[in-house]
Design a protein around this ligand. Structure first.
Ligand code: ADP
Ligand code: SF4
Length: 690
């Protein structure tokens, strides 16, 4: 590995003290959820260990509940309720320490954000308030005894954290998800005692908790405060230039480290569609360093070392904080140290990682298919084990699945011929990255294209649409079909499992593929969204931008409904409403006529007719699997030389880009494996106590 002193980014590799402990560099993996947590502790350990191996000087947990009255079931975050939880944490700190990194723990009491669905303890809050989400539950106001207990729970958890080997202990008041933040906000705190009223009173519990934790473990551990300094709500919420800075001044020298960000989670983890620029939080958080003498860490989807150095040199931050960039590339620091900048897998800001936590599933990442698979499949983000028997493999189609498959097969020592019908590689990414806000999606293609370009053992044939005969003529024995999918015109989807009625004389119906192919659309169009992810909303935005009158109809109760999991839904709906796109929710298409479209309310079936000149159908896709089917027929009749023939990605089952990349990766890892010995993956099982 290169010497840090010769590195143009040397400042990033300087050791930095955090109270009594010292981080080996300025790369700081801030707390982030994984959908693993207490439910999958070994997976959690392996994930964090991989970050430490990749060079992150500090590696933190996700939020860790300190007490059963902060139970955010069914979401599996971290847990440190009692001593029984210590061993899982000890495993994490040991693994992180093996790589000379520091381990940090983010202690939390979620207050009214925790419905306590598993423990059934009535939730607690600064004042009587309904709990978050639409659970029919209220949190009760804390009395003085509760406040005393709350402080003691923090002290207990801090001591257990030290016992578990943590170097940094967090007190957490961010994301609108933590009791200590709720106390700060007048909209949640209308107490009339010394914990309510003016800002000094509202910050009292935070100050006391920080001091308690310092007294308990401060001699051994760095004490960090994670604080949201602005909620981006104007004077309806906390603002950096108002109480945000007052609170920072009040607490300035108590923590050893300030971890500052913006709230809620949708603002902190903004997608590239809504915050395209790296360092987008600087405008809100830069003031903190001017008010405190302790080191400051902040985030902003940092992937460029030049941008990181600029943050340090301009005195904005002391540590480069990252959650998503460390998920997309756990080896980002080591790559910068080695000067291998072109090999950084840059986060695309899609929030598929975030969606995993929201749907209560193990984490996944569009750019990094090994994320979350470190323990259960033993996958490493940078190393694919060499094959004992190098083979020649033909991959047909160079979209995300074909590209990832080719790259991993090459890393395993195989020879690859990659054929692509178009003039460039990238498949759907080439088109989707042209749509408003999705430019960063091209990084999925660019990283793989760049990595392939430096490898000798790959032949990429562009502008080559292979037929079954072409494939057979290559005489290559391993064939992988990655030919993708196309959008359906007939409206078949969740709401219409058999398609939609379209009159013979109906207005033209288009799909995204028609738009990519440059077909001219009429002025007045209706976009129908029964897909519920981003595409219909983005197409509506794009069509509006190019001068069309757009109506967006969906059977769901809101547009792009699934993007709630990527923290974008409300932003998408707001943007389209503000643009003047006509939005019709809870309606399905009933009939497409010559000059009108009839849609029906999904509840009352009441019909409404609207004028339109064309429909853009975004409902479902059909795999482009005819090549596979033809080859399979020949193969089953015994007329081919194939040892293996398989399909991957959208050609197998249309899905997200993340699923396509994963599918390509899996196929490459498993090529040559004995089918009977293929293990799905290791499982963490509950131990019965006798
Ligand atoms: P995925 O997401 O599964 O990777 P994409 O649709 O993004 O799927 O990419 C599929 C790629 O396969 C496209 O770039 C397409 O041009 C290419 N392709 C489709 N059929 C053929 C074929 N017969 N020969 C070569 N390339 C093909
Ligand atoms: Fe970045 Fe998307 Fe990966 Fe999350 S899933 S780390 S946002 S590329």
């Amino acid at each position: 590995m290169a010497n840090a002193k010769d590195n143009p980014f040397a400042v990033l590799f300087e050791p930095m003290a955090i109270g009594p402990v010292t981080a080996r560099n300025r790369f700081f993996q801030v707390p982030h959820c994984t959908g693993l947590g207490h439910a999958n502790p070994q997976a959690e350990v392996a994930l964090r260990a991989t970050k430490a191996e990749g060079g992150w000087g500090v590696v933190c947990t996700q939020e860790v509940e300190i007490h059963p009255s902060s139970d955010i079931s069914p979401y599996p975050e971290g847990r440190l309720w009692d001593d029984a939880d210590i061993p899982a944490h000890r495993a994490m700190t040991d693994a992180v320490h093996e790589h000379n990194s520091l381990a940090g723990i983010e202690l939390v009491h979620n207050g009214q954000h925790a419905a306590n669905l598993a423990t059934r303890i009535p939730p607690i809050a600064p004042t009587h308030r309904p709990v978050d989400l639409y659970h029919p539950l209220q949190a009760r106001a804390m009395d003085k005894h509760d406040i005393k207990q709350f402080r003691q729970w923090h002290v207990n958890a801090a001591k257990r954290s030290r016992q578990a080997g943590y170097d940094i202990v967090y007190v957490y008041a961010g994301h609108n998800m933590a009791m200590l933040m709720h106390f700060l906000l007048p909209r949640y705190n209308d107490r009339s005692d010394e914990y309510g009223g003016n800002v000094v009173n509202r910050a009292r519990l935070l100050k006391e908790t920080l001091s308690d934790v310092r007294d308990a473990v401060g001699g051994d551990c760095g004490v960090a405060l994670r604080l949201a300094v602005d909620e981006l709500m104007g004077d309806g919420g906390l603002q950096a230039n108002d109480e945000g800075s007052e609170i920072v001044s009040l607490l300035a020298d108590i923590p050893d480290l300030w971890d500052v960000n913006i709230s809620g989670w949708d603002n902190d983890s903004a997608t590239a569609r809504f915050e395209p620029d790296e360092g987008y939080q600087e405008q809100y958080t830069a003031f903190v360093k001017k008010l405190v003498s302790k080191p400051v860490v902040g985030v902003g989807r940092f992937t460029s070392p030049t941008g990181m150095v600029s943050q340090i040199n301009r005195g904005v931050l002391d540590f480069i904080g990252a959650a998503r960039p460390s998920i997309a590339d756990p080896f980002l620091p080591n790559k910068i140290l080695a000067g291998e900048l072109e090999s950084i897998r840059e986060c695309i800001g899609c929030n598929i990682c975030v969606s995993s936590d929201n749907v209560i599933a193990p984490i996944r990442c569009t750019q990094n298919p090994t994320m979350g698979e470190e323990w259960r499949r033993g996958w490493h983000p940078e190393v694919s084990p060499k094959s004992e028997k190098p083979e020649q493999v033909l991959i047909v189609g160079a979209g995300p699945s074909g590209l990832e498959c080719a790259l991993q097969l090459l890393r395993r020592g195989h020879n690859v011929l990659l054929a692509e019908a178009e003039l460039d590689v990238g498949g759907r990414l080439l088109h989707e990255s042209q749509l408003p806000g999705l430019a960063s999606y091209r990084r999925v293609r660019d990283y793989r294209q760049q990595q392939l370009s430096v490898l000798q053992e790959v032949d990429v044939l562009l502008d080559n649409r292979l037929s079954a005969n072409d494939v057979l003529e290559t005489e290559i024995e391993h064939v992988i079909i990655a030919t993708g999918a196309h959008w359906r015109h007939d409206g078949l989807g969740r709401q219409h499992p058999q398609g939609i009625r379209i009159n013979d004389s109906a207005m033209p119906v288009f799909t995204a593929d028609d738009i990519y192919a440059g077909k001219k659309l009429p002025e007045n169009v209706l976009v129908y969204d029964d897909d519920h992810y981003y595409l219909a909303g983005v197409l509506a935005e794009s069509l509006h931008q190019s001068g069309h009158t757009v109506t967006l109809v969906t059977p769901a109760n809101c547009i792009s409904a699934w993007t709630d999991h990527t923290l974008e839904q409300h932003k998408i709906q707001a943007r389209l409403l503000n643009l003047g796109v006509n939005i019709v929710t809870a309606h399905e298409l009933h009939l497409i006529g010559e000059k009108t479209v009839t849609h029906a309310c999904v509840y009352s079936q009441k019909l409404t007719q609207v004028e339109s000149d064309g429909v853009v159908m975004v409902t479902s896709r059909t795999p482009d699997d005819s090549l596979f089917a033809e080859l399979q027929n020949t193969h089953s009749s015994g007329e081919t030389h194939f040892k293996t023939l398989q399909r991957i990605g959208d050609c197998l089952a249309p899905s997200t880009v993340a699923a396509a990349v994963y599918s390509g990766h899996l196929a490459a890892r498993e090529l040559g494996a004995d089918d009977t010995k293929k293990l799905l993956f290791k499982r963490e099982s509950v131990q019965f106590m006798m």
